[in-house]
Design a protein around this ligand. Structure first.
Ligand code: PMP
Length: 352
């Protein structure tokens, strides 16, 4: 390999996603998908769009979907950027707002894509240690050199940072962009979207993959003041005029126009999260209080590696991260009540 290419390759550290096994008899609780189907209006809209024909290109500016997302969030279309899953929106955000030579900050325990993007785009970073209970050290994010990013609720812990603390981090970085990755926010108490009109340096990134049951459609979006949105659009236009396909646009738009459906399924998941947390405590697990559609647990007796392997042997997939300080924890997605009853039976079996 020539010197040039080998140095380019050194800049990539591929992200390792959760296992995707297409097998019907697996209890899949490892990648935080929603156990419920999306709103029937979503499937109707996709069918209608398909009948209309997909021989024509989609709208490059995704006007209708941006309108629907804006009106759901009481914002304007100019406050909305749409991408192919929030992973793509995050990648564009790193390119648009963070630069080489200026270190950004994120927590030591966080979404593992951030260091991957830093390496790829040559952005230095500093990790701010989380506290013993996994909550964030708010002051550690003040006065960053190059910007801040963290998920709220955090991933993979589910720990939520109050809006007052989020606001103080945004205020204390007024010259940099602060990105709040709200992939799981619909399962939490409040969103930083209400802060957008106050702070021009705040970008909120959300997704339809979790609460809206549309992980397969790949729609993520960013909300912020028009200047930030324009910055993202410039990056997108340098890559691809049509990032979102017609079927995904139609489906996601229908989801945002249907305000009640996803709230019902979200409510069900919150109820399930609550009773499953109680039951897991009875089985000897320490459960970190979660505001997401997953729970992060460690067992008083058995190691997470052992439990992960035993679960896998009997057809249960949960997530295990082999990284200090979370290597003795498992992340378990909240499925339907039926899924979770089965999971608890299997957990009791493994722990016998
Ligand atoms: N942010 C966080 C914190 C996540 O956990 C995920 C899901 N892996 C994403 C972003 C990306 O979600 P998607 O690309 O499906 O929108």
């Amino acid at each position: 390999m020539s010197k040039f290419w080998s140095s380019m390759v050194k800049r990539t550290v591929p992200y390792i996603p959760g296992e995707q096994i297409d097998q019907k008899d697996i209890l899949k609780l490892n990648t935080n998908e929603n156990p419920y189907p999306p709103s029937p209006k979503v499937t109707d809209a996709i069918k209608t769009e398909l009948a209309r024909g997909i021989n024509l290109y989609p709208s490059p500016t995704v006007e209708q979907l941006r309108d629907a997302i804006a009106s759901y969030n009481q914002l304007a279309k100019e406050n909305v950027f749409v991408g192919n899953g929030s992973d793509e929106v995050l990648a564009f955000s790193f390119m648009a707002f963070f630069e080489s030579g200026k270190a950004i900050r994120f927590p030591t325990v966080t979404y593992s894509f951030y260091p991957v993007y830093c390496k790829l785009f040559d952005i230095p970073y500093e990790e701010v240690p989380v506290q013993r209970d996994f909550s964030l050290q708010v002051e550690g994010f003040f006065q960053s050199e190059g910007g801040v990013i963290f998920p709220n609720p955090n991933a993979p812990t589910g720990v939520f940072l109050s809006l007052d603390d989020v606001a103080s981090i945004v205020e204390q970085n007024s010259e940099q962009v602060v990105i709040i990755d709200e992939a799981y926010v619909d399962f939490a108490t409040e969103s930083a979207v209400s802060l957008i009109q106050t702070y021009p340096n705040l970008l909120v990134v959300q997704t339809t993959s979790k609460s809206r049951s549309l992980a397969g459609l790949r729609i993520g979006y960013a909300l912020g003041q028009p200047e930030l949105i324009e910055g993202l659009t410039r990056i997108k236009d340098s890559f691809n005029s049509y990032t979102i396909d017609r079927l995904a646009i139609a489906g996601a738009e229908a989801s945002f126009r249907d305000k009640s459906y996803f709230k019902e399924t979200t409510q069900k998941i919150l109820q399930t999260r609550s009773w499953v947390s109680d039951e897991l405590k009875q089985l000897g697990f320490h459960v970190i209080p979660s505001q997401a559609n997953f729970i992060f647990v460690t067992h008083y007796k058995e190691s997470a590696t052992y439990l992960y392997q035993q679960f896998k042997k009997i057809g249960v997939l949960v997530r295990h991260f082999n990284k200090h300080p979370i290597n003795n924890y498992l992340r378990i997605t909240i499925g339907s009540d039926q899924d979770m009853k089965l999971f608890l039976t299997k957990a009791a079996q493994v722990l016998q």
